[in-house]
Every structure is written in C-alpha cells, then in structure tokens.
Design a protein around this ligand. Structure first.
Ligand code: GAF
Length: 396
C-alpha cells in the first residue's frame, strides 16, 4: 500500500483541518465464505478480509477536541466533539461509531489525554453487507492505538468495535465482522469458533477458480428487526433443547443429536431456524477440511447447501439473492454460490472458473436484470490484511 494511493485523502485532510496528517491507516471490509448466522449461536465462521475497505489519515491534537471528516459524506462537513463526550450526535452520523469505540476503549481503561483529527475515505458500499461499519470501528481502534502509543491487545480492539456496533445500531450481532476485520490476513480465511474465540488462518488456494462477490443492489430494509427476530428464534429453540440437553449454544450439538431431540421444540418455524444453525455449523467445519485438502468441488457443494438452508430453513434470502445465486449456480463450471452476510438483500459470492469471468458476469448479470429490472454489480476478490497502520505521512 503506497503512500501515493492516499495523496488525495492527505490533501483533503490539509484542506479541512489546515494541518498535515502524521499517519496513514487501512481497515478492510469482509466477506464470509461460509458459516452464516452461526456466530450468535456459538458456531463456526469462515470470513475473509477484502482489499476494499476504509482508509484514514490522522494527527494527534494538543487539546481535547476530536475532529472528523469523511470523503464519503462531504455534505456533513467537519464533525467535532470533545474526546470524553459519549452522547450520540444530535443527527445520527458515522461519528457515533467513533464515539462508540472511544467509549468502549475508555471503559476498558484506556484514557486518551488529547483529541485527534481524522479524515477517512472508504471504497466499500456503505450498509450493503460487506461490513463497512466493522471496517470503520477497527480503523478507529488502530488510529487510537498508534496516535497515543497504546498497547491494546487485538482482541480488545475487536471487542470495542463490537460494543460500539451493538450500542449504536441496536442489533445483537455476533463477533464475526469485527473479529475478521481485526484478525484478517492476506490469502487466508479466518476459521473462528465463536464459542471459544479460538481461531486459525486457513490458506485459500483456489487454483483454476476464483471467488467473485456480487451485489444485489437491493436497498436493505428491515435488516435490524429481521436479524433480531432470528436471534430471538434461535435462542427460544435453544431453551427448548436445554430442557433435556446440557448445552450452552446450538454450536454444541451435531446434526444427529439435533434430529434425535428436535421434537422438544414445539414450533415448526423454530425447528427450521435451529436446524439451520446446527447444520451450517457442521458445514463450516467440513468446508475448512475440504479447503485444506484442496477439494474445491466438495467445498463448492457446501456453499450450495448453505444457500439452500439459508433460503428454506432460515428464510433470509428473498427474490434478489435467490435470483442472483441460482443464476450463478447454473452457470457452466461454477462450483458453488451462496448469499453472504446477514441477507435480506446485500451480497452473494460464487466460486467460478477463472477463464470464464467475463462470460459469467455477462450471463448472470443479464439474468438478474431480466428478473429484477436493475443491474447487479460484480467485484473481484483479493484477500488482504486486517486493520493496520500503513505508515507515517512523509513530509518533503
Ligand atoms: C451480520 C452480523 F453482523 C454478523 O455478526 C453475522 O451474524 C452475520 O450478519 C450473519 O452471519 O453481518
């Protein structure tokens, strides 16, 4: 990542704040390969971090002011507040995420003596499913860590981001997004057990295939309420199982145990929700094994099974995602495709033959347009690093 990439952002910083930034930062967005809606059920997830993300340039101040500027929201202009002012902004804005992280870090015992100036510019679509918010939260974490020379363990930065997310957005999300943005590494996926927070990096070697990410371009609505509904449903199913089984989460049981005990759950909808959480967790564990062994055909088949389960049992797909994923799955040579993220619109991914990238986009795009009447977007996937300090801003 060269400094010249951030030349424009550095100039923006100078224009807005009348001074030169000292340091440059990057924090990625994420895509989950498999393990969807398992992270709040004590299951496994397998996300990757993208080369797309949020860039920041910053400088420590001598007083207690925090001043922010986002090139993505130029109309908001400069936002400012005192470093220890944790009240939400009068009009909700991205600054609340910053406040949320600062508040969480303060509660963890990290007291910042002064404020800072920060200008950011992101290249992931906002609120679309690639976790622009976790990207921002972890960016703030690494900015604070560097500017104030604090030794904050990575997991605490992840937890601070997660707390900010839950406070600000009001969604009881799992830890996947912040964890992957915090611990991501080039060319690897993060295999995380959300029960223990143990994780390992799994090399993503796809030989003649590549991953492609597809945006339905459906404005996401009701995600918060629908997401919270799924959280409540799986918790209710867990409680029913706990009347007989001694378990802490749905991630504690395999499919055989679930099938033998599912009659304890009286509501058929809750049976479906729990079946997804249990089966998806098993698929994720198997998928990591297949990926490690280089069995991409089996890995792709698991992506397809995940999609079916998210569509039929968890009911978080919808016309847009179903159309896009089915068109992708039907394209010759594709090994697998599925929605990724929370669902209800947003993104999908597919494992496609490298040589057929252009035809894939043309054919799948045409099918999507035919059904929905507007375009889907397609992005190449390059797996990059987690949130980090890029380096100092050199002055000439
Ligand atoms: C959203 C949440 F933020 C994650 O924690 C995860 O639950 C995901 O939806 C679904 O797998 O991104």
């Amino acid at each position: 990542m060269e400094q010249r990439d951030l030349h424009e952002l550095i100039t923006t910083f100078e224009t807005q704040f009348g001074t030169i930034p000292t340091d440059m930062f990057f924090s990625p967005g994420r895509v989950n390969l498999i393990g969807e809606h398992t992270d709040y059920n004590g299951g496994h997830v397998l996300p990757i971090t993208l080369m797309l993300g949020t860039y920041g340039v910053a400088r420590r101040r001598d007083d207690r002011l925090v001043r922010l500027y986002s090139a993505n929201f130029p109309d908001l202009g400069m936002l400012s507040f005192a470093i220890d002012d944790f009240n939400k902004m009068p009009t909700h804005s991205w600054a609340d995420y910053v406040k949320g992280v600062l508040k969480a870090l303060t509660e963890l015992g990290y007291h910042l003596e002064t404020g800072f100036d920060l200008a950011i510019d992101g290249d992931i679509p906002i609120a679309s499913g690639l976790s622009s918010s976790a990207s921002l939260e972890l960016l703030i974490g690494v900015v604070v860590q560097k500017l104030f020379d604090l030794k904050i363990p990575r997991l605490q930065l992840v937890m601070a981001g997660h707390q900010a997310e839950n406070d600000f957005v009001g969604v009881k999300t799992g830890l996947m997004d912040q964890f992957s943005v915090g611990f991501g590494a080039p060319n690897t996926a993060i295999f995380l057990d959300t029960n223990t927070l143990g994780y390992r990096l799994v090399p993503v070697i796809l030989r003649d295939f590549e991953l492609i990410v597809m945006n339905t371009n459906k404005p996401r609505s009701l995600v918060t309420s629908k997401y919270n509904e799924r959280v409540a449903e799986t918790q209710a199913a867990l409680q029913a199982l706990q009347t007989k089984l001694s378990i802490n989460s749905l991630g504690d049981i395999d499919m055989a145990t679930f099938t033998a005990n599912q009659a304890l759950i009286k509501d058929p909808t809750l049976v479906k929700r729990a079946r997804h959480a249990v089966s998806e967790n098993q698929r994720t564990i198997t998928a990591v094994r297949e990926l490690a062994q280089g069995d991409l055909i089996e890995f792709g088949a698991l992506l397809n099974q995940s999609q079916a389960s998210l569509r039929d049992d968890y009911e978080v797909t919808g016309l847009e995602l179903d159309t896009l994923v089915t068109a992708a799955q039907e394209f010759p040579g594709v090994l697998g495709a599925r929605m990724t993220g929370a669902g209800f619109g947003g993104y999908a991914l597919a494992l496609i033959p490298k040589k057929r990238r252009a035809q894939f986009e043309q054919q799948v795009g045409a099918r999507y347009y035919e059904v929905l009447g507007y375009d889907a977007s397609f992005y190449d996937v390059e797996i990059g690093p987690g949130a980090q300090w890029i380096g100092p801003v050199k002055t000439h």
